[in-house]
Write a protein that binds this ligand. Structure first.
Ligand SMILES: [Zn+2]
Length: 269
């Protein structure tokens, strides 16, 4: 079977080594994993998740009485935290997830992205998406890459039109740099072709699949609460605060579901 996320990680190595604007990326700090998503369904093909966002200031939710405006109920105090992910001792700063099998079906045909390219093969849409997710990694290491308006104020959108053009420029330049076709070959196939050719498609996932490391609220019981207001307890975090290589495994992705492989011996990344 083909380990799809491993192939993407290998290709990413080559992309960052040939793309000056992405050359600062240390891929030891980036983990590629698979999420399940039906082909043809609406939704993202891939996502870049930042693990370096700091803990928030303590806060709480509250509810007001519509008529009087008085606060009638509140939640416990909490802070929002990012779980830590460590693989072989290295702290992971970004996770990049690919939605399978949906991503395998991505094509420039009938896509608005085709306007950004002259005459490239339809599968280049997938390469564009891989470059896109890498481009989200912020050189200032402060989260997801932000954009400034010409007047210097921050653009709160993470995708300005320039973002897509930059990605297409980098993707074209990468293809023109004559990369090893063997590194790109797997992108030429859609999901059923991959199945035929390799007998199945696998990907690195987290053991708590379909979950994965996400920001969570941690209740703070030490801060004072006014008397006389009902305090609603928060749900306790259900996910680990620290993920390691022990929390990774390899799953086979099928058209309708993903299942864990019985004996998973391959090392992720
Ligand atoms: Zn994006």
């Amino acid at each position: 079977m083909i380990n799809y996320t491993e192939r993407i990680a290998l290709l990413m190595q080559d992309i960052v080594s040939r793309t000056p604007a992405l050359g600062f990326i240390d891929l030891r700090e980036v983990l590629v994993f698979g999420r399940y998503g039906r082909p043809g369904a609406e939704g993202a093909f891939a996502t870049c998740h930042c693990l370096t966002l700091p803990e928030t200031e303590p806060g709480y939710y509250f509810w007001r009485d519509r008529a009087t405006g008085e606060v009638t109920r509140r939640s416990e105090w909490f802070v929002t935290k990012t779980p830590e992910v460590r693989v072989s001792g290295t702290r992971i700063k970004y996770l990049i997830s690919f939605v399978l099998p949906r991503f395998c079906e991505q094509t420039l045909d009938r896509s608005w992205k085709a306007d950004l390219y002259d005459s490239v093969e339809p599968w280049v849409a997938k390469l564009d998406t891989i470059v896109h997710e890498l481009y989200h990694i912020d050189p200032a290491a402060s989260g997801i890459r932000q954009f400034a308006h010409a007047d210097g104020t921050r653009d709160t959108r993470t995708h300005g039109p320039q973002f897509y053009e930059d990605v297409a420029t980098m993707t074209r330049a990468y293809l023109e740099s004559a990369p090893d076709p063997g590194l790109l070959e797997f992108l030429r196939f859609d999901f059923s072709e991959l199945h035929q050719k390799f007998g199945g498609v696998t990907a690195t996932t987290f053991r708590n699949f379909p979950s994965f490391p996400q920001r969570y609220m941690e209740p703070l019981s030490t801060l004072p609460v006014d008397l006389g207001i009902k305090v609603e307890p928060l749900k306790r975090p259900a996910q680990p605060q620290l993920y390691t290589e022990q929390d990774l495994n390899v799953r086979q992705f099928r058209a309708r579901a993903a299942r864990q492989l019985a004996a998973s011996t391959s090392t992720p990344r």
